[in-house]
Design a binder for this molecule. Structure first.
Ligand code: CMC
Length: 431
């Protein structure tokens, strides 16, 4: 909404331009620069979008200073404590907490779509056995558009709804199949009589010779990991999904683009990188050396699982994750996990260090999640695929919101060109 009491004034050379100021429901005001090029002939420059709002959204709000994360207004710690993943999915997608019949219908729709087209298993078999599961997921999710032709018309609201349900339902099956394939075990089909998180764990850990025994504490911890990663407003992978979708591309292809972006170690790949780092540090006496390296501007090493573009106080997801790590290790009777000991001591030492205090670097969601996932039996290569399973609902909610926006425009950033200006072609013999 335009704030009538405020305008921003910009002076470019001799020109003075008034720019409207938009007020959000909460958070900082936003200067509307949409007419800037038309009115003043200049662009703005903001690599990494540190100060640029790329869209309007009603889904998720983060107050980085307060360490607050709200989905449709509800704090993440309340959702993690009281809700479950599919209810959070409903909330993100449709904007309100469901009543019991809405929830039953939604859970039922997701549950009956968990199987994959049978022919898709042959796609998996085309990958090398040692492929990273994320590489398989990028390919297989992109290929969904070749199998589900009846849900790729983005202008048809029914098809959008079917694609939404399919994606949330099939993503755990795809991730579990990618895992099974890389460890040389047979694929395990989903089962409709168990909940979403237990079903995922079963598809990962059951074998034909021995079924998986559900454990409510582990299922709850898995479900919590799904909730804590469900959405995070305009992060890199979500912005990738939005940009890819802005051209009208089909949703499966766009989510595959999001998965590709998530894989990077600065984003979803950080959970794998973090546990690998904790293991490399190995023991608490080595921590000061690694902290020294992280502070050295000449050394590219960073403390993985530390720092965040938006959170400058604490990451509310990390607090829940730390508690969950304790619960899971306690249940499994693991009281001397070296990675957890290193993590706790590293967190303590870093939080007392001036470098980390000044730069406002705190543990993020990835700092403790790897410890839980490893204790459950997942190899590090599965950490990012699990993040992808969880974030699928965030990507789809943001995609759905964007497609329904009557002002949707193709995303097309400008640039600050620094290359050669016009020059004429020179024949190869004259160079
Ligand atoms: N270890 C050491 N120094 C750091 C770290 C870190 N983890 N993170 C940031 N810094 C320093 C950085 O060197 C820079 O110093 P200077 O101002 O002297 O150049 C300053 O802090 C600001 O860093 P930045 O890279 O400009 O900040 P950013 O907002 O662009 O990056 C980040 C945010 C998350 C990419 C970064 O903190 C990082 O690389 N962290 C490690 C990777 C990680 O844990 N990523 C998961 C993020 S949460 C889950 C998700 O979103 O996927």
């Amino acid at each position: 909404m335009t704030n009538r009491d405020k305008t921003a004034k910009l002076i470019v050379g001799k020109k003075e331009i008034d720019l409207p100021v938009l007020s959000p429901s909460t958070g900082p005001d936003v200067i509307d620069i949409r007419r800037l090029y038309t009115d003043a002939g200049v662009f703005t420059y903001d690599p990494g979008f540190t100060s640029t709002a790329s869209t309007e959204s009603e889904i998720t709000y983060i107050n980085g200073g307060k360490g607050e994360l709200l989905h449709r207004g509800y704090p993440i710690d309340q959702l993690a404590e009281n809700s479950h993943y599919l209810e959070v999915c409903f909330l993100l997608l449709y904007g309100h907490l469901p009543n019991s019949s809405e929830l039953d219908d939604f859970v039922n729709s997701v549950t009956i779509h968990t199987m994959l087209h049978e022919q898709m298993q042959f796609l998996f078999r085309g990958f090398r056995r040692d492929a990273h599961p994320m590489a398989i997921m990028v390919g297989v999710v992109g290929a969904l558009s070749a199998f589900y032709h009846d849900s790729i018309d983005i202008n048809d609201s029914w098809q959008r709804q079917v694609a939404t349900i399919r994606m949330i339902a099939k993503m755990p099956t795809i991730a579990a199949m990618a895992f099974k394939y890389t460890i040389g075990q047979p694929f395990v089909y989903p089962r409709n009589d168990i909940d979403y998180a237990s079903n995922f764990l079963r598809m990962c850990f059951a074998v034909p010779a021995e079924d998986y025994k559900e454990n409510p504490v582990l299922s709850r911890a898995m479900d919590r990991i799904f909730i804590l990663h469900a959405d995070h407003e305009q992060n890199a992978s979500t912005s990738t999904v939005r940009l890819a979708s802005s051209s009208g591309a089909n949703p499966f292809a766009c989510i595959a683009a999001g998965i590709a972006c998530l894989w990077g170690p600065a984003h979803g790949g950080a959970n794998q990188a973090c546990l690998e780092m904790l293991k490399k540090i190995g023991s608490v006496d080595k921590i000061p050396g690694y902290i020294k390296r992280a502070k050295d501007p000449g050394d590219p090493f960073r403390l993985m699982g530390f720092g965040h573009r938006v959170y400058k106080n604490f990451d509310p997801r990390a607090a829940v994750m730390k508690k969950s790590a304790d619960e899971v290790l306690d249940l499994l009777g693991i009281d001397n996990n070296p990675a957890l000991q290193v993590a706790k001591e590293l967190e303590k030492q870093a939080l007392e260090d001036d470098y980390f205090i000044e730069k406002k670097l705190f543990p993020n969601v990835d700092f403790y999640s790897g410890i839980i996932l490893e204790a459950m039996g997942f190899p590090t290569s599965m950490f990012t695929p699990i993040f992808a399973v969880s974030r699928t609902v965030g990507w789809i909610s943001q995609w759905k919101e964007m497609i329904q926006d009557p002002h949707l425009k193709i995303g097309r950033p400008r640039q600050l060109y620094k290359g050669e200006t016009h020059r004429d072609y020179i024949d190869i013999n004259q160079r």
